[in-house]
Design a protein around this ligand. Structure first.
Ligand code: CP
Ligand code: NVA
Length: 337
């Protein structure tokens, strides 16, 4: 699609309905091509830099493999690897990177850094997660939802996001719901509702969209939904001392067997962008379970995480296909459909 060439993805609002539908279709195409080993390379000679100021497993791996599959070269700059913002202004670093590379993937704290990278590099910049948005994750999740319901248009799909709704995942899901008319219920205690007036400008009028519901009533929020989406209760960069408060507020919103039964939909599926605190097998998981005397997960229980209701691993794999669709659309002029 011509309009995606040289495009940035700082947030989902950078795309319109048609562009998102195109990216979903192209993700499906690349997934099929990879699975039948007949993928062609459209990014030979392209160079991409990945700047990560926060840790990552999925986004980094998916992006690197997507780029390599397509013939592009990548440079990974982890936390402490660059002068960016410390010894050198974002302006200067961006101007230099813009002379060497064809695109920048950035994961970090501040949306403003991302905007400045774009402003001064003059090459496409993609958001691999900031404190307030995670658009590449949600693009991939929309693809996963459409795989589960291939014959249902996205504006007929009902999704409940439960848990901490003040984070990057909730904000990007809200943008997706706004653009695509996806039916989205934000199900959380009022204290954890999105900070709409801070994140979204008045013109975006998220309050006026009839397809978006904000509720603290779990029963009402999850009734008859096709998907329940949850995420960690404390995101990267948030203060760890919040755990006690967050657990108290959010424990009733844990995704568990009872919640799934309450949807009244035997086919309901569960999404989680990962990483998840569903067991004691990670250092933080063990620490929080022991500290708060928990038995079976935080935002999601271990049994549901590994049940046939969970499409979390499919969701995770799909990031690679969607990031590939995004990269190829933004860096090559090839029209696929
Ligand atoms: N979902 C996601 O972005 O995972 P990583 O933090 O591992 O990249
Ligand atoms: N909200 C989470 C998402 C991780 C992919 C975080 O920012 O840590």
């Amino acid at each position: 699609m011509q309009t995606l060439y040289q495009k940035n993805c700082l947030r989902l609002f950078n795309f319109n309905h048609k562009e998102i539908q195109y990216l979903i279709k192209l993700s499906k195409f690349f997934k099929q091509m990879k699975n039948c080993k007949s993928e062609k390379k459209y990014l030979k000679g392209k160079n991409i830099v990945l700047i990560f100021e926060k840790p990552s497993t999925r986004t980094r791996c998916s992006f690197e493999i997507a780029a390599h599959d397509q013939g592009a070269k990548t440079t990974y700059l982890g936390p402490n690897d660059t002068h960016l913002g410390y010894k050198e202004s974002v302006h200067d670093s961006a101007a230099v990177l813009g002379k060497i590379y064809n695109g920048i993937l950035y994961r970090g704290f501040c949306q403003k850094i991302l905007e400045n990278l774009q402003k001064y590099s003059n090459i496409p910049v993609w958001n691999g997660l900031t404190d307030i948005f995670h658009p590449t994750q949600i693009l991939s999740d929309l693809f996963t939802m459409s795989e589960i319901h291939p014959n249902t248009p996205l504006n007929k799909i009902k999704c409940a996001y439960v848990g901490d709704a003040q984070n990057n995942i909730a904000n990007s899901l809200l943008e997706a719901a706004f653009i695509l008319n996806l039916k989205l219920n934000i199900v959380a205690p009022k204290s954890c509702w999105p900070k709409k007036n801070i994140i979204f400008t008045r013109t975006e009028k998220l309050n006026t969209k009839k397809n978006i519901l904000y509720t603290d009533d779990i029963k009402k929020g999850i009734k008859n939904v096709d998907f329940i989406y949850t995420d960690v209760w404390i995101s990267m960069g948030e203060k760890k001392i919040e755990w006690k408060k967050k657990i108290k507020e959010l424990f009733p919103y844990q995704v568990n067997k009872t919640m799934l039964e309450m949807t009244n939909n035997p086919n309901v599926k569960v999404l989680h962008c990962l990483p998840a605190l569903h067991d004691k097998k990670s250092t933080i998981g063990l620490k929080i379970h022991n500290q708060f005397n928990l038995k079976n997960g935080l935002e999601i229980t271990d049994d549901i995480f590994y049940s046939n209701k969970s499409i979390i691993l499919q969701q995770s794999e799909n990031k690679m296909h969607t990031l590939k669709a995004l990269l190829v659309s933004c860096l090559s002029k090839k029209k696929f459909f």
